[in-house]
Design a protein around this ligand. Structure first.
Ligand code: PMP
Length: 304
């Protein structure tokens, strides 16, 4: 789905025209993948456009930057305001939001520290990442031949731009083989996550999700869904999972800001089936939550 162009992008402290939000070809991050970013969504709620867990996302951006020793020249509050300002400037009632901090050009070479840090925030209208059909009926997954990073090779706790080369290769492999999405295993062979989503399985009535030690990003949707499921009365736990735990799951679903909450139909052609009752319930409460319809979780919404 091509990016839908809007009017303005926030770049280094001011709003610029969409077509002017450009970088130099010698931008350090373009060559060496040393940047950090976020993916956030704003939803149309009764009180106007509301960003889901905006401050949590921006705090994760700053945590990712800390891991990479990227010194963001703004405060969390300033970047939170920049996101709201960009949404307002484009008059959007719902959108996807992409903040990024990257190193510009200054010096060439592997040491990023002398390069200037730039921050940009782009927003655009974006439907569900894995499609409406996937959201309703579920997606077909393939276990990738690519492994998730060893945490001592690339930090998996940080949302660094360069680490997504691994996700992109897994994604292309899965798509070319006729699947919707890939599952990556950790170097130890445990289920880690999908290319841009966390995974959940339902087994004997319990809801299980892989821990960060299996190479999964600490997902904000994963956290929200864990809270929602616990409040619905389910037992939710982090657990190391084997690929057969996916094949034999009673139900399975994935979570992410772009994808939202998506049922899993099959893994490596082992059919899990139509979305089950746990997945449906969690999906329903999640979508009501992001639209501000659930009082209990109203603090997760930050109005524009
Ligand atoms: N894992 C990876 C690798 C991701 O890129 C994302 C998307 N940020 C997620 C999981 C889900 O995280 P969140 O729910 O915070 O969007």
């Amino acid at each position: 789905m091509p990016i839908q162009k809007v009017d303005k992008i926030w770049m280094d402290g001011r709003l610029v025209d969409w077509d002017d939000a450009n970088v130099h070809v010698l931008t350090h991050s373009l060559h060496y993948g040393c940047g950090v970013f976020e993916g956030i969504r704003a939803y149309e709620a009764a009180g106007g456009p509301a960003v889901f867990r905006l401050t949590d996302h921006i705090e994760r951006l700053f945590d990712s930057a800390k891991v990479y020793l990227i010194d963001i020249p703004y405060t969390v509050a300033q970047v939170v305001d920049a996101v709201k300002e960009t949404i307002r400037a484009n008059g959007l009632s719902s959108c996807y939001i992409r903040p990024i901090a990257f190193l510009g050009y200054g010096e060439m070479g592997l040491n990023p520290l002398p390069c200037p840090v730039s921050v940009a925030v782009a927003v655009w209208p974006w439907g569900s990442y894995l499609g409406e059909e996937g959201l309703r009926r579920g997606v077909r997954l393939k276990i990738s031949s690519w492994q998730r990073h060893d945490p001592n090779a690339v930090p998996v706790a940080a949302k660094g731009t360069g680490m997504y080369a691994n996700s992109s290769m897994a994604k292309v492999e899965a798509l070319k083989a006729g699947y919707d999405e890939a599952v990556l295993l950790s170097p130890q062979g445990y289920v880690s996550e999908c290319t841009g989503e966390n995974l959940f399985v339902v087994k004997k009535g319990r809801i299980l999700t892989p821990p960060t030690s299996a190479g999964a990003l600490e997902g904000i949707t994963q956290d929200a869904v864990s809270t929602i499921a616990t409040d619905l009365g389910f037992e939710v736990a982090e657990a190391n999972l084997l690929r057969t735990d996916l094949y034999l799951a009673e139900e399975a679903f994935l979570t992410g800001t772009a994808a939202e909450v998506v049922p899993i139909r099959s893994v490596d052609d082992r059919v899990i089936g139509d979305p089950g009752p746990v997945t449906r319930q969690v999906q329903e409460v999640f979508f009501a939550t992001v639209r501000g319809e659930v009082d209990r979780y109203k603090d997760w919404l930050e109005y524009v």
